[in-house]
Design a protein around this ligand. Structure first.
Ligand code: BF8
Ligand code: SF4
Length: 662
């Protein structure tokens, strides 16, 4: 049996082993980590237990930007030393931080640009396999940046939209197109600080150039370019990815979805798509529904072909089509341990190289599909948007043959959580106001009258340095208990779904004010917005709250806060920086890559706010994090003069309950 042989060959005895219950609260992952241990298979959880985070790198106190170094400073005495070139701790840390922002922004922009290229090819008739699914959205996006839509054909509008949005990437002077959507006062602040993005390629290039040895050596000036590059992500590449995704694949609206490893089916061919761009997934949906392939699967003894998603690819398709989702980033190796996955197809970003070894152990086909992402040991079948099914059909065929030859025992955790997802900005408008008076006014009203204390975006990764999902879940429970409405994206949204907080019934976790609103509208206290690029939906929601009025003139005035409690990726740092630059207090957990009590730290954690932007915060503790966010929300309520309203509401409700009880 070739599969048995590979399983034995790959056997690794972890040096240090932590109890699965200690490293995750996800029951499926726990069960699979136990099985992995029995099978002698290693995962990132084991590697994290055996790889102590480098204490110097963790605080960003080292530099390897030239061969006079690498230089490392002492994080305990940061100002005692400088690098060989004389760079001090603030320069070294801000340059390292800048490169994280540049990489994160580059990732989202690269993704957005791929989407835009597909859109161009669809409009020009060079691609037949995709189409413009949402004409309404096309018109909305076009008119939001000043493109005439009345009396014009979708093709005319789309052609102009493509040409305009291309500037998001390629423009060298001026302001990116979606700057037009930024609330006026926020944009004014950016102009004053000279941080309005020109074009993403230029901003990323300039940030990389500035961080070369001997170039920009003032942390404040580096931070400015960090903001501009990060804003080119949030209001640029990510926003294009979201909007074009909606135009091509449909704008999400509330949909009930099954999440967790129990969505795998023992008697079916199981295929997982993991990564970030929706193109591969959309074509995979077409392939698994291809009658000849379904027939082949049946002939191989399968009841059918079961397609599920993971990470952000999964979120893209669960929000739009209700496709089941098997789990977040720290479950991608664990899911292969079920032995039930016949093929996993990946595209870009957050794809652990460790998957190749685990896939080999269980005889799962691991396919890379994107020219940007090959993995040693994985099979590469390149995906071309102009001919997408050649790749996805082949993945399905290989998956069927693996199903036919399954020889290892299969163990699928019987755990599934249902949740409601697909809360696009457009759907929230409709949900709150109905189709005739779609509006954010009810949201603003409920914030002003105090039923909803404020809004928090809780987003981002999971990280084996902390207990998987736990920080997310505890933080969100604490926030909703205190009447803070939570918006979610990314791996966080999956963590909360598994914990049961994305159903309308979860209103019982909410405080009395938020609970009442949830019950009236029939919505969960935690609204899933989708993948990480869909953090741009949160920016749009915040802008809409400003536009509707009553909550200040800029995003920085709103009673809102953000958090990425289990972050790990450079994309998360770029997202954090664009939220901060947009005016949002943003708290990160796990660790923060800066030495405390340094000038650069003070700049990010205090001074940016004084410039009219948001600011960074840090705490690894979910309760402390919630407290920081709630205090910030209350500070903003007070500044808006709406702090008293909340006291009245809570008193009213207590009175009402007393009356009811009577
Ligand atoms: O972009 S939340 S682990 S999957 S980086 Fe990655 Fe983090 Fe998950 Fe999607 Ni986002
Ligand atoms: Fe050292 Fe300066 Fe070179 Fe960095 S750029 S490695 S601090 S000499």
């Amino acid at each position: 049996m070739p599969q048995e042989k590979t399983l034995k060959e790959a056997t690794i005895a972890p040096r240090k082993a932590r109890d699965p219950e200690e490293v995750t609260i996800c029951e499926s992952t726990t069960q699979m980590l136990r099985k992995a241990r029995r099978d002698g298979v290693e995962t990132a959880f084991d590697r994290a237990a055996n790889m102590r985070a480098c204490p110097i790198g963790e605080k960003s106190a080292c530099c390897k930007h030239c061969a006079m170094g690498p230089c490392r400073l002492n994080a305990k005495y940061p100002y005692k030393q400088v690098g060989v070139c004389g760079a001090n701790i603030d320069t070294i840390m801000s340059r390292n931080f800048a490169r994280m922002v540049a990489t994160g922004s580059a990732c989202h922009n690269d993704h957005g640009m791929t989407m835009l290229n597909v859109f161009r090819d669809v409009v020009n008739g060079d691609i037949d396999d995709y189409d413009i699914k949402d004409i309404n959205k096309l018109e909305q996006v076009a008119s939001s940046i000043g493109i005439e839509v009345d009396g014009r054909s979708p093709k005319e509008i789309a052609t102009d939209l493509y040409q305009e949005l291309e500037k998001t990437y390629t423009q060298v002077e001026g302001e990116i197109p979606f700057a037009k959507r930024v609330p006026e006062k926020t944009l004014e602040t950016w102009r004053k600080l000279d941080i309005v993005p020109r074009g993403a390629m230029r901003e990323v290039m300039e940030l990389m150039s500035r961080t070369h040895m001997g170039c920009d050596q003032h942390y404040e000036n580096i931070t400015k370019q960090c903001s501009r590059t990060a804003l080119a992500d949030g209001w640029g590449g990510s926003m294009v990815a979201t909007e074009i995704g909606d135009i091509l694949f449909g704008t999400p609206s509330a949909v009930s979805v099954e999440v967790n490893m129990g969505v795998l089916k023992e008697d079916q061919v199981n295929i997982i798509v993991h990564g970030h761009e929706p193109n591969l997934f959309d074509s995979m949906i077409a392939s698994v529904n291809e009658p000849t392939l379904v027939e082949t699967a049946k002939k191989a003894g399968a009841k059918g072909i079961n397609l599920v998603g993971m990470c952000c690819s999964g979120l893209e398709m669960m929000s739009r089509y209700g496709v089941p989702h098997a789990g977040n980033f720290m479950s991608t190796e664990a899911v292969l341990v079920t032995g039930a996955v016949d093929a996993m197809a990946v595209d870009i970003q957050c794809i652990k190289q460790g998957l190749a070894k685990v896939a080999e152990c269980y005889g799962t086909h691991l396919f890379t599909t994107n020219p940007r992402c090959h993995i040693e040991g994985a099979q590469h079948i390149e995906f071309h948007e102009r001919d997408p099914k050649t790749c996805t059909d082949e993945v399905v065929i290989k998956a069927i043959s693996r199903f036919k030859n399954r020889s290892l025992p299969i163990e699928i955790p019987k755990i599934v959580s249902k949740g409601i997802h697909g809360f696009s900005h457009e759907y929230i408008n409709y949900m709150l106001g109905g189709s005739f008076r779609a509006s954010y006014s009810p949201l603003n009203d409920n914030i002003i009258n105090g039923r909803i204390r404020g809004v928090a975006g809780v987003v981002g990764c999971v990280n084996p340095r902390v207990k998987q999902d736990w920080v997310h879940v505890e933080l969100v429970k604490e926030l909703v208990k205190n009447d803070v409405l939570v918006l979610q994206t990314g791996c966080s949204q999956i963590a909360l779904t598994k914990a049961g907080l994305t159903t309308p019934e979860a209103a019982i976790y909410a405080g009395p004010g938020l609970g009442e609103v949830c019950e009236t509208v029939g919505m969960p206290p935690v609204l899933g917005f989708g993948a990480c690029v869909d953090n741009s939906r949160i920016l749009i929601a915040a802008s809409e709250m400003v536009r509707i009025g009553g909550l200040g003139d800029s995003i920085a005035d709103l009673p809102v806060a953000g958090a990425a409690p289990e972050w790990m990726s450079e994309k998360a740092i770029a997202i954090g920086q664009y939220f901060v630059a947009s005016g949002v207090f943003t708290v990160f957990g796990v660790t923060f890559p800066i030495v405390e009590e340094t000038k650069f730290h003070k700049h990010l954690f205090e001074e940016l706010e004084q410039q009219g932007l948001g600011k960074w915060g840090f705490s690894p503790d979910p309760y402390e994090m919630a407290k920081m966010m709630i205090n910030h929300i209350d500070k903003k309520r007070k500044a808006l003069g709406i702090d008293k309203a909340r006291e009245r509401v809570l008193m009213d409700m207590a009175d009402r309950r007393a009356v009811d009880a009577g």
